[in-house]
Design a protein around this ligand. Structure first.
Ligand code: GAL
Length: 404
């Protein structure tokens, strides 16, 4: 009898499967912010297995996978109800080969597959959700080879205690499934999830209502622009550590006003400078990076922003901290983030509608001494033995420096 067989016999006598035993502790499931692509903002319910396969192909052929983007997150409206045994099933028109075959394909490319459900009977878009079926659905997701679950909170009670209990129920079910499946808490920053996400077994928590393809909510219809989300997330930096990430919602980079749900509520599109700011600040804050543009149709501007290895390295820095906002006024904001190797990243964000000349005085920002300064969007070292940086910042632009 081999050791493996003996172990299985012992574990099954104890009521456990070998898989359940080997599941990673939940706190270690996302050691850096997850990076990938999510279906919702552009495609909404217009999704199918062909789209997922072609997106997986593009993730590899465009060099996105090599740059760190590993997940394909299937959002709402994949569901086809439950079968006679109450097993959740995919919409047979959209996913005729089933999710397991799709996961196998995605995995064969070295990528991971995420899926979506909700802590109520119905999802936000009115599809079948998981309340009361947590263990059964978690087992189904595990059997398909799912790696990540975005768990939404539509149609659920307002209070925080119930939210905590429902997220905990799903995290426990995922853990018992025996497969490593990360859990994204999606209650839109309304119940202080930063306080309890780790305790209930989640790895990231949404900080805001849904992102729209806009700079800020000038029409006051409740959608969140890039700057709105930066402003609600900045005060949460101290909750970030190398296991817990603030989910600032999907990247709208490259949507240019063409994106399904992200084009609602004034989401008429952003400039490339504003998309650069989104990428900069999502990376500075250690947010997950979920692209939503059509990866089969990338432009050079999309590639420049999404594939910048230097800004991605800040997002994935293994110290796993978020940037602290040091300066905040009506015209600009300055952030500092500690990086490995005693380095720092500094972001200067011009929130005004006019160009500004800004100064980052390193000592005033808590970084003593003289330093080499690298501009991560220009990809070059711009100073050595420097005690400050001074320069022009365009309206809505973010300059990111690495100080060494
Ligand atoms: C929202 C969620 C979005 C998207 C949508 C699907 O609640 O914030 O990111 O998942 O539901 O219906």
């Amino acid at each position: 009898m081999t050791h493996k067989v003996l172990l299985s016999l012992l574990l099954s006598a104890a009521g456990l499967s070998a898989n359940a035993q080997s599941a990673t502790s939940r706190s270690q499931l996302c050691p850096t912010p997850p990076m990938g692509w999510m279906t919702w903002n552009l495609f909404k319910g217009d999704i199918n297995e062909q789209l997922i396969r072609e997106t997986a192909d593009a993730m590899v052929s465009e060099g996105l996978a090599a740059a760190g983007y590993k997940y394909i997150f299937i959002d709402d409206l994949w569901q086809g109800g439950r079968d006679i045994h109450n097993n959740i099933i995919p919409d047979p028109q959209k996913f005729p080969s089933g999710i397991k075959a799709l996961a196998d394909y995605v995995h064969s490319k070295g990528l991971k597959l995420g899926i979506y459900s909700d802590a109520a009977q119905l999802t936000c878009a009115g599809a079948t959700a998981s309340l009361g079926f947590e263990e059964q659905d978690a087992r189904t997701f595990a059997s398909w080879g799912i790696d990540y679950l975005k768990y939404d909170y539509c149609n659920a009670p307002e209070d925080s205690a119930t939210a905590r209990q429902r997220y905990h129920a799903m995290a426990t079910a995922l853990q018992k499934s025996g497969r490593d499946i990360a859990l994204g808490v999606c209650e839109w920053g309304q119940r202080q999830a930063e306080e309890w996400c780790a305790q209930v077994g989640g790895q990231l928590w949404r900080t805001s209502y849904d992102v729209r393809d806009m700079w800020k909510d000038v029409v006051k219809q409740g959608g969140m622009g890039i700057l709105d989300i930066i402003n609600v997330t900045a005060p949460l930096a101290s909750y970030v550590n190398h296991t817990q990430w603030p989910d600032m919602d999907m990247l709208v980079v490259g949507l240019r006003g063409k994106g399904g749900p992200s084009s609602d509520l004034g989401g008429t599109g952003c400039s490339d400078t504003e998309y650069q700011t989104q990428m900069s600040m999502w990376c500075m804050m250690s947010s997950p990076l979920a692209m939503t543009n059509d990866l089969r149709k990338l432009t050079p501007a999309d590639r420049r922003i999404l594939l910048n290895p230097e800004i991605i390295a800040i997002n994935q820095d293994s110290l796993g901290l978020a940037a602290q906002r040091k300066v905040f006024n009506n015209d600009y904001q300055i952030y500092v983030r500690k990086l490995t190797g005693g380095r720092h990243a500094i972001a200067l964000l011009n929130t005004a509608d006019k160009p500004l000349t800004l100064t980052a005085d390193f000592a005033a920002l808590g970084i003593e001494g003289k330093h080499q300064v690298r501009d991560v969007w220009q990809h070059k070292q711009i100073a050595s033995n420097a005690k400050r940086w001074k320069g022009r910042v365009k309206p809505h632009e973010t300059i990111v420096l690495v100080i060494e």
